[in-house]
Design a binder for this molecule. Structure first.
Ligand SMILES: [Fe+2]
Ligand SMILES: [Fe+2]
Length: 325
């Protein structure tokens, strides 16, 4: 049934498609939506309209939902239209979901399904296996956040930092995925017969869903995020001599001096978002947003939101339609 619904729409999703239609075709996109900070209650709005309303980069959102939709066929993507900051926010929210909700939820169902009240060594071992597995994923995600994501934050802030190239390559993705598969198989093949079959099935199904979700996350990191970061690295390196030259001559084009992150913030300000909303959208702290806004004001010598909005329109960072006047 699910396979039929997913294959119903043959082409790529477009910005003019209604979001409700897209979700009806593939319920997994609900997760993608919320990881971009898009809530339910979108009515009859199109993807473009919802993204505009929520301050989400529509091209990035479309790239990811089409990637998820293509499933097993997904391969390296063209990332020219992808906003690195937007993908980074999406990935961070996905980590939060895995570590703060998904695994806790599976463990809850696991405890509910296995019988720990009697001598049951298999139940104990399954639980131990699961806890060790979650710890491994936690370490992997913390590693990504403290090295790769932190590095990308610096790139977005316009810093030309150097890093060992291997830091951007996928690490442990296959190991993480195969261990989850192993847990599922352990359950199905060796768990002693019980009267709790429905509860056990619910655990196995939730592990299947987690497996698919983790696999998509790893593929987005490897095939969308990393190529987009490579592109950003290239642009930053290309821009560096221009910036140095500009500093030497002390005559500058202010737009060139804004980092990618600052441009993201300019766009949010132009769309009428508060500092708190900008922080939520870009997965930053309010303090960081305040610092960026101070730097933007200094670099552009523009201090009012109205002025920033005009700057954003003139420099084609937003269209007039996207601006709330
Ligand atoms: Fe990750
Ligand atoms: Fe990863």
């Amino acid at each position: 049934m699910i396979a039929i619904r997913r294959s119903y729409m043959a082409g790529q999703y477009k910005s003019t498609d209604k979001l409700s239609f897209v979700i009806a075709n593939d319920y997994r996109l609900l997760q993608v939506m919320s990881r971009f900070g898009i809530s339910l209650g979108f009515g009859e709005k199109t993807i473009m309209e919802v993204c505009r309303q929520c301050g989400v980069d529509a091209d990035t959102f479309l790239t990811i939902i089409n990637y998820v939709k293509d499933g097993a066929d997904n391969r390296p993507q063209r990332v020219e239209q992808v906003s690195v900051a937007s993908v980074l926010g999406y990935l961070k929210r996905t980590h939060k979901y895995f570590l703060g909700y998904l695994f806790t939820n599976i463990r809850f169902h696991l405890l509910n399904a296995i019988d720990c009240s009697v001598q049951n060594e298999i139940a104990f071992l399954v639980l131990k296996f699961f806890d060790e597995y979650v710890e491994e994923v936690r370490k992997h995600m913390e590693y990504e956040e403290s090295t790769v994501y932190a590095y990308v934050e610096k790139l977005l802030d316009g810093e030309c930092v150097s890093i060992d190239n291997s830091h951007l390559l996928s690490r442990h993705h296959e190991a993480i995925e195969s261990k989850l598969k192993e847990l599922k198989n352990l359950f199905m093949q060796y768990y002693p017969q019980t009267e709790n079959n429905e509860k056990l099935n619910a655990v196995i199904i939730s592990i299947y869903q987690a497996e698919e979700d983790l696999s998509i996350h790893s593929l987005v990191e490897d095939n969308i995020f990393v190529p987009a970061v490579r592109r950003l690295e290239h642009q930053t390196k290309m821009r560096q001599p221009v910036e140095e030259e500009t500093q030497n001559t002390a005559s500058s084009s202010s737009e060139e001096q804004l980092s990618e992150r600052e441009k993201e913030i300019v766009v949010c300000v132009a769309k009428g978002l508060s500092n708190k909303e900008i922080a939520d959208t870009l997965c930053l702290s309010v303090n960081t947003v305040t610092t960026h806004r101070r730097n933007i004001a200094r670099k552009l010598q523009i201090h009012s939101p109205a002025g920033i909005t005009i700057y954003a329109i003139v420099n084609k960072l937003v269209t007039l339609n996207e601006v709330i006047i």
